[in-house]
Design a protein around this ligand. Structure first.
Ligand SMILES: O=P(O)(O)OC[C@H]1O[C@](O)(CO)[C@@H](O)[C@@H]1O
Ligand SMILES: O=C[C@H](O)[C@H](O)COP(=O)(O)O
Length: 943
């Protein structure tokens, strides 16, 4: 007779420690029930890893499921695993019925990531129980300190449990108690306890594996071989014998009989880990020796085959020589081997092993998923040292589950301040999906309302994202033209106004806080202009507000009956807000298909999700590169090279990176729109990010990037498959920045140093309001309408010279390797000014061989300004101010736009000085002449 079948006569149920789709669908499982008397099946994360990651039969369903909607890897795994579990449960159901709920179970393990969290384990077990929805499911819960109370709770709710990772008899006793207490609880609520099944999975071979090694080490070290050798391969079985004796004690006596009378089943011991790990042992060792009444042995296929082939079913084998078993365990202690320590370590090790298997499984699922979806690609090229350092951090992050912690809102990922309150951006894409209809209605109203222009008034995070969308998607036929104002420069305001036909313009005033000075005074100005144009009764029809709930801007919009009012989400900071209404409202007004945009963006969100291990997680990969390169290799200048059609991403990235990381003397300095140069002009302080839109490739850029990589600079090449997938980059970089911030050790969600210059600016504008005037400083030097100003310390560092060129040379010579030069220009941001400053910047870069930045004030104050003031003190700054040819009054205030701009420049400068920055100011009487004179002087200084 088939020895497996004989097990039934001994009172032991053979279960199969294996699941795979083919086994179920191909009929083998049903056949084994018949042929072998198989009575149940167990699975674990390693088993599913082997199945889903490697077996071909999952491919079809995998593809079908991925194409049926956007699912993150955890959901895909669960879909496939639960599919198998349900199918196996159906095959086993007749056994369940025949044995009256004693056997016929299939087990599914809760996520090993939750093994140390009671509440999460309980919730997960409930969820799986419900998702599978079969009476013969056993949810596997580990016998960790956190798991045991979960077991009691779950049994108390009538959920069948397979207790896994059991190694120690004292722990088993706690488990048995938890089971009995759970039953009592369920019975006290009127539950039918006969419907509850439970097994306590005692792991066998793993114990011998560890103890044998310790014994062998002692033998090898010259220990008493005669006494030690006979103990090899004995510990696990001895331990199991003691456990079985404990089982008999727990499930007898009056207390138990009372439960039994209500139909309770004993919680049988299930021998798990029964494949021999040492090939020198008989392959049926952990089956033959452990046969006992009311037990289960779950065998992997090879062990089952071996037992079927040549196993001997000796009844009650496990009860033989209990005293001998106890002696073996005592002997081990005498020889200094602590079974207690071994079993404690094995639990921790078991959790880790299953977590590793889960990581591998989810990694494999993520990889397969990526191949099936439209996801922008990224490739990192770095030298061996940087690579190794990234790997090391990645391993630590994986082992500590840091990505999961990040998604769970654990602020200890960063500085433990209040980062948990600023994580709304993680889930906003899914949430906004549910608001698409509102956005579509808004788009319709804009289109059908006859609006030909949409002008966004806002700063930093409220404006840079919409600008990227407008420039990258381009003007869409039949939709309004998009404009944006983020400057107090009067010429800039006039230029914008000259492009608008106010009668057909919709203004979108965007401010999360609602209290930012600029959008408020832009609103004051254009409201007045609109009233002049369309009259008091009609002006508000031309205004839409996007602001956080409860802000002063919301109050204004409601009070003045703006045409539309949209809310941001308070837990999302400005620079992380582009995928919320702050980006989506302007996007809808421009005619962008918001639903499609969000759907494509969602691919990246899910690719960066908690269930995607670091090595497959695009946000983590980029974040680790940026963080590790800066922290360990002083490569803190993130140089952005973008193909022309998506070039504006650079300005958005600047704010995200600089404002998020540049603080407390640390951080990344973004370098955007710096003209390309030979590899020789770059120092060793850079990381290059090359973002290229498919079809927009430029041979020159590609060759340049290849040369940089060849020269040993770290390069990340990102391919944006289609402009509609630009949202994927928003999310990838948000995640990467948050992760880089964690590595650098700062809070990536605050901007402590922006406020400092706002306070100074406010003091100056308040002085104007009270009828005061600007403070008057004496220049150090002036020449041809260009004057130089510096505070005493910077002035002393410059010395005295006779030409503008000499002053500038002295100043810029202060920039050494690893430093950067930033030009901060409070002038109109237009093509000719940008070109002029670009030439100056390039010349400085080529001659000083340092990274260069260019910011227009006050725009950069809400962006890179944070890093300049709060980041590393490696900047050498040139502030540019100018007399404005024409000024514009701010309605309702005593000051003008020009005065506001001057106050902003002054406030900025004094904070830079306060922070001991190397900074001077040049002031132009006339901007055009001034730029020319500056250019000449720089050329002269460095020829
Ligand atoms: O949307 P708000 O509140 O007007 O803020 C605009 C910008 O100002 C800042 O708060 C910095 O000044 C940025 O973080 C933000 O994007
Ligand atoms: O429930 C079954 C266990 O997860 C399995 O038997 C563990 O076996 P292993 O120690 O061979 O991994």
């Amino acid at each position: 007779m088939n020895p497996l079948k004989q097990l039934a006569e001994t009172g032991q149920a053979p279960w199969l420690d294996f699941v795979q789709r083919e086994l179920i669908e191909g009929g083998d499982l049903a056949m084994m029930i018949k042929r072998d008397g198989l009575k149940g099946v167990t699975s674990n994360p390693s088993i599913f890893e082997k199945a889903i990651a490697h077996a071909p039969e999952y491919t079809k369903e995998f593809e079908r499921y991925v194409h049926s909607g956007d699912h993150e890897p955890m959901a895909i795994y669960e879909h496939l695993a639960i599919g198998d579990i349900k199918a196996a449960a159906d095959v086993l159901l007749p056994v369940y019925h025949e044995t009256k709920g004693r056997d016929g179970y299939i087990s599914l393990e809760v996520s090993p990531y939750l093994a140390l969290d009671t509440e999460a384990t309980v919730n997960e077990a409930r969820r799986l129980h419900k998702a599978v929805g079969k009476p013969n499911l056993m949810v596997k819960v580990p016998a960790t300190n956190a798991g045991i109370p979960a077991i009691r709770t779950l049994i108390g709710e009538g959920i069948s449990i397979n207790v896994t990772l059991l190694f120690a008899v004292p722990v088993y006793e706690q488990v048995a108690r938890a089971y009995i207490e759970g039953l009592e609880h369920f019975a006290s609520k009127g539950g039918d306890i006969s419907k509850i099944g439970s097994v306590a999975s005692f792991f066998v071979s793993r114990i011998d594996n560890v103890i044998d090694k310790q014994l062998q080490d002692k033998i090898d070290a010259g220990g008493d071989a005669a006494a030690l050798k006979p103990l090899l391969g004995k510990a696990a079985i001895a331990n199991a014998k003691v456990a079985y004796a404990a089982y008999k004690k727990w499930f007898s006596g009056a207390k138990w009989q009372a439960l039994e009378a209500k139909g309770a089943h004993t919680q049988r011991l299930l021998w798990a880990s029964t494949s021999v790990k040492n090939p020198a042992y008989p392959d049926t060792l952990y089956v033959e020796t452990l046969i006992g009444r009311d037990t289960v042995n779950t065998m992997p296929p090879a062990t089952m085959d071996a037992f079927r082939d040549h196993g001997k079913a000796t009844p009650d084998a496990v009860e033989q020589d209990l005293a001998g078993g106890i002696d073996i365990l005592k002997s081990l202690e005498t020889h200094g081997i602590s079974l207690e320590k071994v079993t404690i370590d094995l639990v921790a090790d078991g959790v880790r092993q299953f977590a590793n298997a889960f990581d591998q499984l989810l990694g494999a699922v993520a990889k397969k998923r990526t191949a099936l979806i439209d996801l922008n690609g990224a490739e990192i090229e770095a030298d061996a040292a940087l690579h190794a350092a990234i790997e090391k951090t990645a391993k630590r992050w994986l082992a500590e589950g840091t990505i999961r912690k990040l998604w769970a809102g654990d602020k200890s990922v960063w500085t433990g301040t209040d980062e948990d309150k600023w994580l709304g951006w993680l889930t906003i894409v899914g949430e906004e999906h549910t608001h698409v209809a509102t956005l579509e209605r808004f788009a319709k109203a804009i289109r059908e309302g006859g609006f030909k222009h949409v002008a966004l008034l806002g700063m930093g995070g409220s404006s840079l994202g919409p600008e990227v969308l407008a420039r990258s998607f381009g003007h869409r036929d039949g939709w309004p033209e998009f404009h944006m104002l983020d400057s107090t420069d009067p010429a800039q305001i006039a230029t914008l106004e000259s492009k608008l036909d106010l009668k057909t313009t919709m203004f979108i005033v965007s401010s999360k806080s609602g209290s930012t000075l600029e959008p408020n005074i832009f609103l004051a100005y254009f409201k007045a202009r609109m009233i002049e144009t369309v009259g008091q009764g009609d002006w508000a029809r031309h205004f839409t507000a996007v602001t956080d709930p409860g802000s002063a801007m919301e109050h204004v919009a409601k009070h003045d009956h703006f045409a539309h009012l949209f809310h941001g989400v308070k837990s999302i900071g400005g620079r992380y807000s582009v995928l919320s209404k702050f980006g989506l409202v302007p996007a809808a007004a421009m005619g962008i298909d918001v639903a499609n945009f969000l759907a494509l963006t969602s691919h990246m969100v899910k690719s960066c999700s908690a269930s995607v291990p670091v090595d497959q997680n695009p946000g983590a990969q980029l974040g680790l590169l940026l963080g590790v390169a800066a922290k360990e290799f002083k490569r803190d200048k993130v140089t952005i090279i973008a193909s022309p059609k998506i070039a504006d991403l650079g300005a958005w990235l600047e704010q995200l990176i600089a404002e998020s990381t540049g603080k407390q003397g640390h951080g990344l300095v973004p370098i955007d729109a710096e003209p390309l140069g030979d590899a020789a002009v770059y120092g060793h302080d850079r990381v290059f990010a090359y973002l290229c839109l498919k079809g927009d490739e430029q041979a020159k850029q590609a060759a340049h990037v290849a040369a940089l990589a060849k020269a040993g600079h770290p390069v990340v090449r990102i391919t944006v498959n289609d402009v509609a997938q630009i949202g994927q980059e928003f999310f990838r970089w948000e995640m990467a920045t948050a992760i880089a911030g964690a590595i650098i050790g700062i809070n990536p969600f605050d901007q402590p140093d922006v406020e400092a210059s706002k306070i100074k600016t406010r003091a100056l504008t308040d002085a104007y309001e009270k009828g005061g005037s600007a403070p008057h400083d004496e220049p150090l030097f002036h020449e041809h309408g260009v004057a130089i100003f510096a505070d005493p310390k910077n002035a002393a560092a410059l010395g005295t010279h006779t030409t503008l060129a000499a002053y500038l040379k002295q100043h810029f010579n202060r920039a050494d390797a690893g430093d950067y030069i930033a030009i901060l220009a409070y002038i109109e941001r237009n093509g000719s000014h940008m070109a002029a400053l670009e030439q100056i910047r390039t010349h400085l870069r080529n001659t000083r061989k340092v990274a260069t930045c260019l910011g227009f004030g006050p725009r950069f104050l809400h962006s890179t300004g944070q890093a300049y003031k709060g980041g590393p003190n490696s900047g050498v700054f040139l502030q540019i101010t100018t007399d404005d040819a024409k000024d514009i009054p701010v309605p309702g205030h005593a000051y003008s736009f020009s005065q506001v701009k001057a106050a902003q420049a002054e406030g900025d400068l004094s904070v830079l000085v306060e922070r001991d920055r190397r900074v001077i100011r040049v002031h132009f009487q006339n901007v055009q002449h001034g730029l020319e004179a500056l250019h000449k002087a720089i050329i002269h200084a460095y020829h």
